[in-house]
Design a binder for this molecule. Structure first.
Ligand SMILES: [Zn+2]
Length: 387
């Protein structure tokens, strides 16, 4: 494997948006990139071919899920995640920490009080599986070793993500731990001979400006291959703070390294993040909402964040494609009436067709955004979409 090569092709003259490519051993990620989430080693209901056809270059697999199902050893035996899934393209895994916190019964706790599934200390997180209660410990060393076993092109440093609201004292403790764990994450990967996986460091500090600045400066000095911004969209942070965090953080990160925004990806968020210089972001929105019957569309969904609910009875005899003028497989071949019928009868094909369209919608949007940056017209495109 070789380390990633990040090439900025063009910087927008009127904003901080930039377009480029991240070259990995498994192919190229065009940036800015939308990264779908394939938690359980699958972008639910789609084959690798269908993911590529949606103009998606890379997706995320969650370490937490893989640790329990099927387990590291089984994935190692079949030669890593790429072979396991027959996905030949670039791949990302996270550290497992976020799910260990967020999937816990009552959210993170500092002590095992009999109710919480999570115990955090300076070594890492002790938690119980949400599926069978099996206990597991995850620290920076364990997380990186697991991610080495999975073999993704881009892996994440182990961090402590925080939830809102939070006291500054608690946010600082999480940030300090994250900084210590960053060093151990780097050392663990460095010990692995011949591994050229790319490790991203995660900036923490919650919604506190001085903490974010401190964390960004700290991570910028470490030999990471890229950076990520964490703990921003985990709970109910006021929206203006979510994007203020980017203003506080990005100026301190090295501009020659790619920056990923963790867990953010509503349409509006994509524009606001790219405008500030984000190179990739991930979100479950298009896939999870697709399985619930939400179809992404710029025109139809104006009142509902660019999406509409195709399961509504008004579409039961609508012979139009889900999105007029969309060139995805779903819209080229099926009507709203048919997809409405599939959802109402819980037919499996419903999930596949809706996911196919939604990912194509996001993939195509990122393509349009890249083109607009290349022509210094990003802000114009943003205005057309967001008004
Ligand atoms: Zn479509």
């Amino acid at each position: 494997m070789a380390k990633l090569r990040f090439k900025i092709i063009h910087r927008d003259k009127k904003s901080k948006a930039r377009t480029g490519t991240i070259k990995t051993d498994h192919g190229i990620i065009r940036t800015p990139a939308f990264v779908p989430v394939g938690s359980g080693a699958t972008v639910k209901s789609l084959t690798p071919e269908e993911i590529k056809q949606a103009k998606i270059d890379v997706f995320f697999v969650n370490t937490y899920h893989m640790l329990f199902r099927p387990g590291i050893e089984k994935i190692k035996k079949v030669g890593g995640l790429h072979k396991f899934m027959n996905w030949q393209g670039p791949l990302m895994t996270d550290s497992g920490g976020f799910q260990a916190f967020s999937l816990s019964e009552k959210g993170p706790r500092d002590t095992l009080d009999g109710k919480s599934l999570v115990k955090i200390n300076s070594e890492g997180i002790k938690f119980k599986s949400v599926w069978d209660g099996k206990e597991m410990f995850l620290g920076p060393k364990e997380s990186i070793e697991a991610q080495i076993g999975f073999g993704a092109d881009i892996i994440m440093s182990f961090d402590e993500c925080t939830f809102y609201p939070i006291t500054k004292e608690r946010a600082k403790l999480a940030m300090d731990r994250t900084h210590q764990w960053a060093i151990i994450s780097l050392e663990t990967l460095a010990k692995r001979k011949n591994s050229e996986q790319n490790l991203f460091g995660i900036v923490q500090g919650s919604i506190f400006r001085d903490l974010r600045v401190k964390s960004a400066k700290y991570m910028a000095c470490l030999p990471f291959d890229g950076l990520a911004i964490g703990s921003v969209a985990n709970s109910q942070e006021p929206r203006e703070l979510v994007f203020a965090v980017l203003d506080w953080t990005l100026p301190y990160l090295p501009s020659e390294k790619p920056v990923h925004f963790l867990g953010v990806g509503e349409i509006e968020d994509i524009f606001l993040s790219v405008e500030k210089g984000i190179d990739s972001l991930d979100c479950v929105t298009p896939t999870r909402l697709g399985r619930m019957g939400w179809i992404f569309d710029k025109i139809m969904g104006i009142k509902h964040k660019f999406r509409y609910d195709i399961t509504k009875s008004v579409y039961a005899a609508d012979k139009n494609p889900p999105v007029i003028d969309c060139s995805c497989y779903t819209c080229q071949n099926f009507s709203r009436a048919y997809i409405n019928h599939l959802f109402r009868n819980r037919e499996l094909l419903a999930y596949r067709l809706a996911t196919t369209h939604n990912l194509f919608f996001f993939g195509s949007l990122m393509e349009k955004i890249s083109e607009s940056i290349a022509e210094d017209k990003f802000l114009r495109l943003k205005k057309i979409w967001l008004g």
